[in-house]
Design a protein around this ligand. Sequence first.
Ligand SMILES: Nc1ncnc2c1ncn2[C@@H]1O[C@H](COP(=O)(O)OP(=O)(O)OP(=O)(O)O)[C@@H](O)[C@H]1O
Length: 675
Amino acid sequence: MSIFEAEEAQLQATLARLDELGDKLEQVPRYRGSDFTEQVLEDRREHLRTALHSARQEPYFGRLDFCEWDQETKALYIGKVGVHDEDSGDPFVIDWRAPVASLFYSFTGSEEDVFYQSPEGIVEGEILLKRNIVIRNRRLQRVVDSYAKGQEMSGGDEFLLYKLSEQKDNKLKDIVATIQAEQNAIIRHAIKEPLIIQGAAGSGKTTVALHRLAYLLYEFREQLRAEKMVIFAPNAMFLDYISHVLPELGVGTIAQSTFANWGLSVLGSSYQLYDTKKRLANQFESKLEQQSEDVLAYKGSLACQKQMRRFIDAYVGERVPKKDFCPWDGCVLNKETMKQWIEQDFAASPPMKRRERFHARAKRWIEIEAKRFEDKKEQQAFKSEALKRLRSFLSYWSKPDLAKLYTAFLKEQQLPVPASLKEKRLGYEDIAPLVYMHQQLYGIERDARFDHVVIDEAQDVSPFMLAVLKERTRAGGFTILGDLAQGIHGDEGISNWAAFEEVFANNVSYVQMERSYRSTMEIIEFSNRILQQMAFAPAPAKPVFRSGQDVVVEQRPTEHVAHWVKAMQDKQTQTIAVLTRTEKASTAICRQLQAAGFDAHLLIAGGERYEGGISVLPVYLSKGFEFDAVLLTDVTNDHYPCDELHKKLLYVGCTRALHELTVWYDGALSPILAP
Ligand SMILES: Nc1ncnc2c1ncn2[C@@H]1O[C@H](COP(=O)(O)OP(=O)(O)OP(=O)(O)O)[C@@H](O)[C@H]1O
């Protein structure tokens, strides 16, 4: 029997077991009653039904023959979801997140003995076979061995290259079958340590972070809840693009948001972001930003956070009663007692909660004092007079208007006050300071705390934003990923990771990912030449050995875009992108393509969906996305002068391409690309 036939027989046997299990489960009536134990059992059955639904199509993707010392070799089949034999409890498909499955990813073929950490301790042994198996709709498609003991192998990358050469559709995909050793280490990194990942474009940062969430939820299911996890990413369109990975991994309820939207939800519905749609366009096109870069950078800094804390402390300090309270003539609650209540008895509560508690205790005190009057009517009259006086006494400590308080802070710091603040319309850079102010005054409800936070494209996040999130996240619960070479929002974001490390008082792990999986060698080498020109030049990306077309750089006006798109379509290219320098240019090209009969999509700031197919978008919006073929238009000296911002923009644009990259210029080629 050939290897393929043997695996085919194994697949049929596994499918038969899965079908039997699935059919049996379907026959158990759904429990809808109120008995708690029954509900828990039904919950488990439902979980298994969902798991079996996907397992019955593609039960596994890998096989690992592992021999634990002094025991028999076991063939372990690894899949997206683990399935156990009902009677013996033995797994016949191992979940990719299970401890033993880690060997499938970390084993490189050169280790003689291997080990993994199981809940019972370290398990040692040797690997005899590592096999990739492709199953589509219950049919065995492909079997590729990357290691077989005692045999010469062509190299472990063959299967990875096969996966990478596939065309992409409109959603990011899971990579469970081909997670690489360095990615596996990140996915399984200790739960208690915050993690910062600096990764080259296309190194799999976003993908790996999503797999890490799925892993954490599996391994620490007793401690973590999906509803308490959140992914922050730059915009709604990008969130739409990555939205399929977690459901594919069987995880459905993790919140995804932009920092701005989340911040506004904390502040309440009266606050809005000003020019949501136009912020990026202004920043990258007409330089209309009202505020200088220094002000933006300061508002995102830890120095600003420190000043804000001092300002709030002073504000709260001022709220301590300065005079005695007199509910009626002859009765006094002295200021020392009230001070003691506020500063000592209620010290653990946030300031606005302290006010509430003070109010409640003062009312109780009035009740007790009023009991001195024997006549009930008299008692009532004194009480209502006292409550009136209490209200007026507390007016010095009314609920603060955050926008006004923030205005006072900006004035104190001699910073310009944006005119829109009066209408509670905020700049992106004002959100972190305001949310921080809110947190300082009102505290953070238990329900509003996070178990784990993923921050994607973190180079565009300010240290102040991170500090705000840290206050409401359980210790160590951060996976932060970014690429400084793609930091196109330098004024709001960061230029090195030091300030982030400072937020965690340096108790943070830092990992670099240099291998890039997205693009061909030709595209990576071309992009690396831009990288090397940057003031801060991260290590060049290392390509996987996947060769493709040469990068084309040619003098051509944008009128020819339709020809290029047609040529790409003729090659069956699935996702095609035309990247322009401005939104205006994107709009014009998109119209031109639509007039020529192409189903082209214009992606602009404020958009919510990414459709795939043919996309036309400004280069600054392309961050995070990838396309089979990319055309960068107008790469001239005028549009991309030789400065840091434009080097980064071009780097972002070039690294979006998987298989083909074309660069056009009409005039003088940008000096960044000059030979
Ligand atoms: N181990 C892997 N196996 C197969 N494909 C992979 C692997 N790692 C990454 N990829 C693919 O590489 C591409 C880039 O991944 P991803 O978008 O997560 O990278 P990134 O580092 O976030 O990129 P960027 O910073 O440029 O946005 C995706 O198509 C992803 O599926």
